[in-house]
Design a binder for this molecule. Structure first.
Ligand SMILES: [Cu+2]
Length: 285
C-alpha cells in the first residue's frame, strides 16, 4: 500500500480523510488502489472529468508513467492523441480501431463526432492540436447518442497528426537526370505526398505490382501537381510515365514495412529496376 501511494505521489495524505481530498487526489487514490491489487490492466472511465487543467495533465502524466496496460474512456480527443491505440465507439458499437493518427481523421470526426476538425501545430514544440467547429452538415438525428472514444493503452510519446511532404519532379537533381527529389521517403499511414511540377514534362503514377494490398492506384497528369494520401502500410513504387525507361522512379515506405520486402516487377525497364535497387540500398543504410 505504501508503494502504491508513493507511485501516485500521495504519501503525505496517507492519514487524511476522504472528504478532505481534492478531485485529483481522489482519482489518484483510485489508481493507487488498483496498483495495490497488482492489476495487470488499469481501466479508467473518464479519469479527468471535473478536474482543473493542471490536475488533468498531471493525472494523465501519472497514468502514462505506470508500467501496466491502461484502457481509458476519454471524450477529450486532444488527450486521445497521446494514446498508442484508439478504439472508436459510436452508439455503443466499435466502429474503428488503430493508431490515433489513423483514427482521428477529419472524415471520421465528422461522421462519428459530428464536428469539423482542423489539425494545428503548436509552434513551440511541433505538437499537433485539434480544433473543432460544429459540422455544417449536421444530420437531424434526434436520438442523442452517447458518443465516446475508448482508448487502449497510453504512452509518453505523443502521436503526430498526418503530415504532407513535397516531392519535386526534376530534369536534374542531386542523384542525376530525371529524378524525384527525394527519391525515397518514409511515411506514417495517413501521410500525404504532394508532387510538384518543378520541371516540365513529368508526372507521378503508381506502379502495378508495387502497391500494398488495399492501396488505390493513382495517376497524375503531366505538368500538374498531384497530392496522394498513403493509407495502407507497405512499399509503394512510383514512376514518371514519360521517363520510366530512363529510371525516373520513387520508393515510398509507409509504416514499418521492411525494405527487404521490396519486389520490383520483372517487366519494369532495366534502368528503373536498377534505380529501385540503389534507392533501397541507400535507404537501408
Ligand atoms: Cu519524368
Amino acid at each position: 500500500m505504501q508503494e502504491a501511494l508513493a507511485a501516485v505521489g500521495l504519501q503525505h495524505r496517507q492519514h487524511s480523510a476522504w472528504n478532505t481530498l481534492s478531485g485529483g487526489e481522489r482519482q489518484r487514490v483510485h489508481i493507487a488502489r488498483a496498483l495495490a491489487q497488482q492489476a495487470g490492466v488499469l481501466l479508467l472511465d473518464e479519469p479527468t472529468n471535473h478536474l482543473d487543467i493542471h490536475q488533468q495533465l498531471s493525472l494523465l502524466q501519472l497514468v502514462r508513467s505506470l508500467p501496466i496496460t491502461k484502457v481509458v474512456a476519454l471524450h477529450d480527443l486532444n488527450q486521445a492523441l497521446a494514446c498508442d491505440r484508439l478504439a472508436v465507439l459510436h452508439q455503443g458499437r466499435l466502429v474503428a480501431h488503430g493508431t490515433p493518427r489513423r483514427m482521428l481523421t477529419p472524415a471520421l470526426l465528422r461522421e462519428v463526432f459530428r464536428v469539423q476538425a482542423s489539425a494545428l501545430i503548436d509552434p513551440q514544440d511541433g505538437t499537433t492540436v485539434l480544433r473543432f467547429k460544429p459540422s455544417m452538415t449536421s444530420t437531424m438525428n434526434h436520438k442523442l447518442a452517447r458518443l465516446g472514444a475508448l482508448l487502449l493503452g497510453l504512452c509518453a510519446a505523443t502521436a503526430a497528426w498526418s503530415e504532407t511532404f513535397e516531392v519535386k519532379m526534376l530534369n536534374r537533381g542531386s542523384q542525376g537526370a530525371m529524378v524525384y527529389e527525394p527519391e525515397f521517403i518514409r511515411l506514417q499511414p495517413g501521410d500525404k505526398l504532394k508532387f510538384l511540377a518543378s520541371s516540365n514534362g513529368h508526372d507521378a503514377v503508381s506502379i502495378d505490382g508495387m502497391l500494398p494490398a488495399g492501396a488505390r492506384p493513382f495517376k497524375g497528369r503531366i505538368n500538374e501537381e498531384i497530392e496522394v494520401t498513403f493509407t495502407e502500410a507497405g512499399l509503394y513504387g512510383i514512376k514518371c510515365l514519360p521517363h520510366y525507361a530512363m529510371g525516373m522512379v520513387m520508393l515510398v515506405q509507409v509504416g514499418d514495412a521492411p525494405l527487404s520486402a521490396l519486389q520490383i516487377p520483372a517487366e519494369a525497364p532495366e534502368r528503373a529496376q536498377k534505380r529501385f535497387q540503389h534507392i533501397a540500398a541507400r535507404a537501408a543504410r
